[in-house]
Design a protein around this ligand. Structure first.
Ligand SMILES: O=C(O)C(=O)C[C@]1(C(=O)O)C=C[C@@H](O)C=C1
Length: 321
């Protein structure tokens, strides 16, 4: 069993969707919650041992991968994902009391949130300027501080309204100018709990594994060769993203989620295949799926099928038939 973390970091401040992911994480009960201003700071704190684990956003159903998290996990000292949480996301436009929609000239929020309300903004506030903030709740907190008269030192914020979770508006005593402003209903963000390397969560039959693959060199069919390792073992992939390695123009690594646990035979074999053909395989963990959906195992790809094939190999190596 993985030990229960005592100090848990997260992308703060309180009221972010990430803080809600932490609320929903069963092992967070009784732990000290430590907010960080950015994904990089939250991840660095785990590496430095300031917290036992940290919750960060990794993927959104509308806007896709969260680059800051993918890059923080792909580079630097190794870390392990030990769990995931899915949080439905819905957005409000919040402002200080007395602000009407027509008064809003600039809107502050996280870039991933902005991407999810772009259509609403174009239709309802076409002239508004977008001001990026480190999180949705940070934008709400900035406006709330003004409201409370706590922002005198830093002056007035450069935006009049925040796009944030309804709870963040309440927490920071803002009024909701418009609600349900997301362009897609049913949007979901996936968060991961990240820890320093240690014991892996036990396989549950409904697991996910995350790896980052670095090719030896760019060549025709290179990505196909990597994916064949999964296809040949009947492994379903749930996310594939290319990220720049940052070494030179055109140099990419692949961040991949696959169904199953590293202790599953088919996964072990696929990872060994990748280890042979890749320059580097960064294993980022095997952990229970938040949706508890059991892995789809292709015909002839169960642990028993692999064990029978291995037994057969031993037999013929020993001169049997
Ligand atoms: O700013 C927040 O509230 C976050 O938790 C970050 C984040 C993200 O990075 O995707 C999380 C969920 C929403 O999709 C928008 C922003």
């Amino acid at each position: 069993m993985t030990p229960r973390p005592r100090r848990l970091g997260y992308l703060g401040p309180e009221g972010t969707f990430t803080s809600m992911a932490l609320d929903a994480w069963p092992q967070a009960e009784g732990a000290q919650r430590v907010p960080f201003g950015s994904v990089d700071a939250a991840v660095a704190a785990v590496r430095a041992g300031e917290v036992d684990a940290t919750m960060v956003p990794i993927e959104n159903s509308v806007e896709g991968g969260v680059s800051a998290t993918l890059d923080a996990l792909a580079n630097g000292d190794p870390l392990l994902v030990t769990g995931e949480v899915l949080v439905p996301v819905s957005f409000v436009l919040a402002a200080r009391s007395g602000t009407a929609l027509a008064d809003v000239r600039a809107v502050g929020t996280h870039s991933h949130a902005w991407a999810q309300v772009r259509g609403w903004m174009a239709a309802n506030l076409p002239g508004a300027t977008y001001v990026p903030t480190l999180s949705t709740a940070a934008a709400a907190q900035t406006l709330g501080a003004v409201h409370e008269g706590r922002a005198a030192a830093s002056g007035r914020p450069v935006f009049d309204a925040a796009v944030c979770a309804p709870a963040a508006a309440t927490l920071h005593r803002l009024e909701v100018v418009a609600d349900g402003i997301g362009d897609r209903t049913g949007a979901v963000t996936r968060f991961v709990l990240v820890a320093r390397p240690g014991a892996l969560p036990e396989p549950t039959g409904a697991d996910k594994t995350t790896v980052v693959l670095y090719q030896r060199q760019d060549h025709a069919g290179g990505l196909l060769e990597l994916l064949e390792q999964f296809a040949a073992r009947g492994i379903n992939m749930t996310r594939l993203e290319s990220r720049p390695t940052k070494a030179s123009m055109g140099s990419y690594c692949f961040s991949v989620d696959i169904e199953g646990h590293v202790r599953d035979e088919r996964l072990g074999e696929a990872l060994m295949g990748l280890r042979r053909i890749c320059a580097e395989v960064r294993f980022l963990g095997s952990y229970p799926r938040a949706d508890r959906q059991r892995a789809t195992i292709a015909p002839q790809a169960s642990d028993a099928d692999f064990a029978a094939a291995r037994a057969w190999l031993h037999t013929i190596r020993d001169g049997g038939v």
